[in-house]
Design a protein around this ligand. Structure first.
Ligand SMILES: Cc1ncc(COP(=O)(O)O)c(C=O)c1O
Length: 398
């Protein structure tokens, strides 16, 4: 089978045209920063016009409903933040930790999903590193680290440096049977598939990668049964619900009276104050766009393109593929190493040919999305084959 045999670009071609960046680059780096589609210009223009005329905006509630539908959760379980890192900190800081509690983390996770947990050692929490196997963290590897003191497991849905995707249903069911919470950094999955949150207690992410939205817009899902057991790490006028304090001014009176704080229910207790309303209108429009395409179709497409890349790269002499090939264990990333080459040098060479990838932990990461096509895969593979002295044959086998 040649790459062309599996070419289904036709139906996706109109989507590609909505992304101006694709006219001048082979962009394979949305795992770092997603390009915005053209229609967001009109969304932002409308949001600015509304502000100019002080038109009341229901964008936040609209986006909350759209996001809740996407994640199949209660809208009240969602709160909005600046980024994923902030949301992870909110979770880590809001749990009633006891000395001796244990948290399991993934040592090859992004630092945002390590630092807030590791810092809990200040509160007597023991942070244990699970033992990844060749860039994967199967259930058995997590289970090996579980003890009767384990309270929470924190990991990313998709690993940013290897592309491994965790089976949240299997892991979450295993942990819930043992009353252990599961906290998942979903930023490398959101926008590419519908995550199943059936057995997830905390799921966070941000809109600037595969959701193709603005920076400075993070989100947090907290499982309703868990939320009301948490004491929010921070407090603001939006997070409390005090008798006689419907208005902010009334709240100040209640606070001066010295009443104990009463937090809102569900994720309402985490939301502090104003949110990024303009950014949320963009997110709502993006979710409508993705919905129209269909989440299954999106997932299939990014798996198809990254799978073609993995298969073709695996055939190139001197190239070793890092991302697991099984579709159940991956999503949109194709991570690889080139013998004799530093990853940074490969990325620089690819960039000379207009191909934008990233170097992560000594490997090259190509990230596919709905605006990519089979030609992008071919260009990537041909450019890797053309690296001076890296390979011994000019063409990959199809
Ligand atoms: C897995 C993962 N988590 C978190 C982040 C950081 O996200 P944010 O800037 O929204 O905190 C990144 C990348 O930037 C990432 O790849």
């Amino acid at each position: 089978m040649s790459l062309r045999d599996s070419d289904s670009d036709g139906e996706w071609a109109p989507i590609r045209r909505r992304f101006p960046v694709m006219q001048c680059q082979t962009y394979l780096n949305c795992a770092a920063l997603g390009p915005m589609p053209d229609f967001l210009l009109a969304t932002y223009q409308q949001a600015v016009l509304d502000r100019q005329h002080l038109v009341p905006s229901d964008a936040a509630e609209h986006a909350r409903a759209a996001l809740a539908a996407y994640l199949a959760v209660d809208p009240a379980s969602l709160s909005f933040w600046t980024n994923t890192t902030e949301a992870i900190n909110v979770v880590a800081g809001s749990i009633d930790w006891h000395p001796g509690d244990e948290v399991i983390v993934n040592p090859i996770d992004f630092p945002s999903n390590l630092l807030p947990w590791v810092r809990l050692s200040d509160r007597g929490v023991a942070v244990k590193f699970a033992n990844p196997e060749a860039g994967r963290l199967p259930l058995t590897a997590v289970a090996a680290a579980v003890t009767p003191r384990t309270r929470l497991v924190a990991l990313s849905h998709v690993f940013y440096q290897t592309g491994y995707r965790v089976d949240l249903d299997a892991l979450g069911a295993y942990l819930h049977e043992r009353s252990i919470w599961l906290s998942v950094d979903g930023i490398q999955a959101l926008g590419l598939m519908r995550p199943s949150l059936q057995h997830v207690d905390f799921y966070m992410g941000a809109s600037f990668k595969h959701l193709l939205g603005p920076r400075g817009l993070g989100l947090l899902y907290v499982r309703p049964e868990v939320a009301d057991r948490l004491i929010p790490a921070m407090v603001g006028y939006a997070s409390v619900d005090m008798d006689g304090a419907d208005e902010v001014a009334g709240l100040a009176t209640v606070v001066r009276r010295g009443d104990p704080l009463r937090y809102r229910t569900q994720a309402g207790r985490f939301q502090l104050a104003h949110v990024n309303t303009e950014g949320l209108s963009a997110l709502a429009d993006l979710l409508t766009f993705f919905d129209t395409l269909g989440w299954e179709a999106i997932k299939d497409r990014v798996q198809q393109l990254s799978g073609l890349a993995l298969d073709a790269l695996a055939e190139v002499p001197g190239v070793s593929v890092v991302t697991p090939r099984d579709d159940a264990e991956r999503l949109s990333l194709a991570v690889f190493r080139v013998e004799g080459w530093e990853a940074d040098a490969v990325v620089a060479e690819l960039s000379q040919r207009g191909i934008v990838c990233a170097a992560r932990e000594g490997a090259v990461r190509a990230a596919f999305h709905i605006y990519n096509n089979v030609s992008d895969v071919e260009r990537l593979v041909a450019a890797v084959c053309a690296l001076p002295g890296a390979v011994t044959t000019a063409e990959p086998r199809p």
